[in-house]
Design a protein around this ligand. Structure first.
Ligand code: BGC
Length: 886
């Protein structure tokens, strides 16, 4: 028996821990049925003092084991050793380490330093001030350097270098968070980069999320100058230390980037480069002195845990053509989020312009699919301009990224497609899954889901990478179960959840977008006019604000992470109390008896299911249709989500041992369910609003009175049949429609919808050339012209979670897949399938073939877990770890 994948706070040997760490490990053994029976963890500081010895603990717990030793000290490397006993009498040991970052704000000796105030920004290309390069030189003693850590952050977005060398390849530090409450700093190992004698630090700072017109958090900060903070801590061989702090001795100047904006793009003039600006000895006469920024402090600072944003794939041009309008167009064959690397070799002064876009018009010309009439998307030029200095080189935009598949190249006499490479960027994450089956269209659907996930996990979970780049809560609320199956998103979601809790209003309302920036705060001000009724302060949107419960709950179910439930319990509870208050105070229907009205959340502004196909055929521009959909939404969506929220919170309270809360919210769930039956269902047994999703929700969430169950099930079937065997559900109804059909014994119909290829359907997208998941089922007009709809929204990709649990049949029966069932739901259209999933305990893999009347299945069960395998005959086989052929 061996141990592997030792992690501290979900990372291998991190150097940036600033909160109580937790540990995990995995077991590997050739012996079948291996279970951990006990563990012991010993943590010791660099001088070998033991700070925690857990003692031998009889337990099979091997994930999220929280450190319980003495208080940790800042900037210290701790080694930890874990010893495991298994049920076969084996013992194994393994070691790993973690290093603490800055644990107390008083240990920040550095000062915030800033440039002078910057000119105001406007949306659109070229309406931003130039990013600034900050530099500073310092001298280190001649003693042998054994360790050097650089802690840095900024107001803006920065690239750091020491002696002209970047310590890592990260993009977009300091990442995106609710800056008024949380600002991440990054920790760099610069031991190999610094040297005795003269050194230089350079920070190139652009707008990023902090200053971008669309994403700025507060009106006040938007006017300030770029500010930086760094602290370099050097340890010498004689154990002495030296600290180099940002202190006001820095200087700054403009560099080659003339404008940069996350939505508009970037303009770069290579003639303005200052070679060697971040190395010692550079002549910075003529650079401006910084100002000490006394307004900024350290209270918001937190260490960035988890991996940074980086390039995750490179794509070559698939096709180059000149469009009917004479435009030079390169097709990378894949909708993605990223940047283009251009190999430049043109005369000095040549201006190369690249316009990024997701789809062409019917004729193959450039088309901007993200500008909605009078709505969102203004300012999303997605343009890069590069002015040549006559040198041959590679250039990639620094401070922005775009959503695209195609680029239009202007300014070059000859366009060589091989000079352009698309760099897909994403937060770097461990890949957790693979899927393949005998049906190529489902494989493509899976790949498309993976692409939309990649594109929308850039620092935070977003809706789309081109139009809004926003942390829409509803989108990740429905998509998180799928996201967790594909990639290790625990760190990313943990970081984002901190912003969710930070942005919650005092009355408990959780914003529809987190970080809740000015754009969406203003939008909420308008929506409040529609939906305030009875509620003081901010309002919460059903199904969106609920992400504060749905995301941690998905994390718990998929990985067994109880810590995230503990950390955000108060947020969830406050949100449920908001719902109770909003239900009580708001009167949706004055004719209803008070005792029913009191428990129905039937007021406020709600997106409803959002993008129900039959109601939104005109796309996002059809404002009239949207309004009707919102008005209908309030008659079933909040009512249902209120019940679900109470139920989920009661369950979570149970998991955390809060029995009083459990009882309270269970009771509230019962009252709301009763009110739902009396208030949302008519006397003749119909939902008030007869949407397909309304019936789906009622049945899926088990809130239909027993007497109406079979009639509701019949209505669901009829509605789908009437709709020509196609779905008619939006963001909230779609994730549960196939499960609902399975639940009512119509898995044939679930497969029918999955295999449907007429719009609206998943395979319609695939058969119509989709390389990602579309925002809406309708992306073209009946004449075939593209509409103003994003082609890269992951929400409808949630079908992959159903495919995981049904096609390959892997169903967790205990949190984190500690126990699971393998029970494939067969359909004659699929003759083989295989899926692997790296759980917190190790890899589960299932591979089956169903050919010529013979069913064969291979299953791998990781150590420390137990599987119940169900064969098509109904035979159940219980297996511990091992590889099995059945
Ligand atoms: C976003 C969505 C979001 C929605 C709210 C859109 O503009 O792109 O994905 O959830 O607004 O309804």
């Amino acid at each position: 028996m061996k141990l592997y994948a030792l992690k501290t706070t979900h990372e291998e040997n991190p150097i940036s821990i600033d909160q109580t760490p937790y540990f995990s490990w995995k077991l590997e053994s050739e012996q079948e049925n291996t279970m951990q029976t006990a563990y012991q963890i010993v943590v010791s500081a660099s001088d070998n003092t033991v700070v925690w010895d857990s003692g031998k603990i009889e337990s099979d717990k091997s994930t999220f084991v929280v450190y319980k030793g003495t208080e940790l000290t800042s900037k210290v490397k701790y080694n930890w050793e874990v010893t495991i006993w298994d049920n076969h009498g084996n013992i194994a040991k393994e070691t790993a380490y973690f290093e603490t970052a800055i644990l107390n704000t008083c240990e920040w000796k550095s000062k915030w330093v800033m440039s002078k105030q910057l000119s105001k920004r406007k949306k659109g290309f070229g309406n931003q001030p130039a990013p600034l390069m900050f530099r500073r030189e310092f001298t280190l003693s001649d003693k042998e350097i054994v360790k050097a850590r650089l802690y840095a952050t900024c107001h803006g977005m920065y690239n750091i270098s020491v002696n002209g060398i970047r310590p890592d390849e990260r993009h977009f530090a300091p990442e995106y968070s609710s800056y008024d409450s949380i600002l991440f700093y990054q920790t760099y190992d610069v031991t190999e980069i610094i040297k005795n004698g003269n050194n230089a630090i350079g920070m190139y700072v652009g707008d990023g999320w902090y200053f971008c017109k669309e994403t700025t958090m507060s009106k006040k900060t938007a006017k300030d100058g770029y500010a930086i903070l760094y602290q370099l801590e050097v340890t010498y061989a004689d154990n002495s230390t030296e600290i180099i702090c940002s202190d006001g001795s820095e200087k700054y100047a403009e560099g080659p980037v003339i404008h940069s904006d996350l939505f508009a793009g970037e303009k770069y003039d290579a003639n303005r480069e200052q070679i060697g600006w971040d190395t010692p000895g550079f002549d910075d006469n003529g650079w401006s002195p910084v100002i000490i920024d006394n307004k900024s402090g350290y209270d918001e600072l937190a260490s960035q845990i988890g991996k940074p944003v980086g390039v995750v794939k490179e794509l070559l041009a698939q096709k180059y053509y000149v469009s009917p309008r004479g435009e030079h167009i390169i097709d990378f064959g894949q909708v993605l989020a990223g940047k283009v690397r251009i190999h430049v070799n043109a005369e000095k002064g040549t201006k190369i312009t690249i316009d990024h876009f997701e789809t062409t018009d019917k004729e193959g010309n450039y088309f901007n699919n993200i500008l909605t009439e009078g709505g969102v998307g203004g300012g999303c030029d997605q343009k890069v301009e590069y002015i040549c200095d006559g040198n041959e080189r590679d250039y990639t935009e620094l401070f922005s990224f775009q959503g695209f598949r195609y680029i239009r190249v202007s300014g070059l006499d000859t366009v060589k497609p091989e000079d352009f490479t698309a760099l897909a960027i994403s937060t770097i994450k461990e890949n957790l899954g693979t899927f393949e089956c005998s049906e190529p269209r489902l494989n493509k659907l899976y790949e498309n889901t993976r692409w939309s996930q990649r594109s929308n996990m850039i620092s935070i979970p977003t809706d789309c990478p081109q139009r809004e780049k926003a942390g829409w809560t509803g989108d990740i609320g429905v998509y998180s179960p799928t996201a967790l199956l594909n990639e290790d998103v625990t760190d990313l979601l943990t970081r984002w959840m901190r912003s969710v809790s930070a942005d919650q209003s005092d009355n408990g309302a959780v914003p529809m977008v987190v970080p809740n920036n000015q754009t969406y705060k203003s939008m909420m001000t308008l929506l409040k006019l529609v939906g305030k009724r009875g509620v003081r302060g901010d309002i919460g949107v059903a199904g969106w604000a609920d992400a504060c419960i749905l995301v941690p709950l998905a994390m718990y179910n998929q990985t067994g992470n109880t810590l995230i439930l503990e950390q955000h319990y108060d947020t969830m509870k406050k949100w449920c109390d908001y719902i109770i208050m909003a239900a009580d105070k708001g009167t949706g229907d004055k004719k209803r008896p008070k005792e029913i009205e009191k428990y129905l959340w039937d007021t406020g502004f709600h997106y409803g299911e959002w993008l129900i196909p039959s109601k939104t055929q005109g796309g996002l521009n059809d404002v009239g249709a949207m309004r009707t959909a919102f008005a209908e939404a309030v008659m079933y969506v909040p009512e249902v989500y209120a019940i679900v929220a109470m139920r989920n919170l009661a369950n979570i309270a149970g998991i955390l041992g809060k029995s009083k809360d459990k009882c309270f919210y269970e009771d509230m769930e019962a009252k709301m369910t009763d009110a739902f039956a009396k208030g949302c269902i008519t006397h003749d047994g119909k939902m008030l609003i007869e949407n397909m999703g309304a019936y789906i929700m009622a049945v899926y969430y088990d809130i239909v009175p027993d007497s109406l169950k079979s009639s509701f099930e019949k209505i669901i079937v009829e509605k789908i049949e009437e709709n020509d065997m196609r779905l008619d559900t939006g963001f909230l109804g779609t994730p549960i429609i196939l499960d609902t059909l399975c639940k009512i014994g119509r898995s044939d119909m679930a497969y029918g919808l999955l295999f449907q290829n007429k719009a609206p359907s998943w395979l319609y997208e695939v058969e119509n050339g989709a390389t990602s998941i579309w925002e809406s089922w309708h992306v073209t007009t009946p004449e075939g012209n593209p509409m103003a709809v994003s082609l890269n929204h992951y929400a409808f990709g949630c079908v992959d979670d159903w495919m995981f649990r049904n096609i390959t049949g892997i169903i967790p029966t205990a949190p984190g897949f500690k126990e699971f069932t393998v029970n494939p739901l067969l359909d004659e259209r699929i003759t083989s399938a295989k899926r692997s999933y790296e759980t917190e305990y190790g890899k589960i893999s299932v591979e089956w073939k169903n050919e010529d009347g013979k069913f064969e299945m291979k299953v791998s069960v990781p150590c420390n877990t137990v599987a119940t395998i169900v064969m098509p005959s109904g035979e159940q086989i219980r297996k511990g770890s091992g590889d099995y052929v059945l």
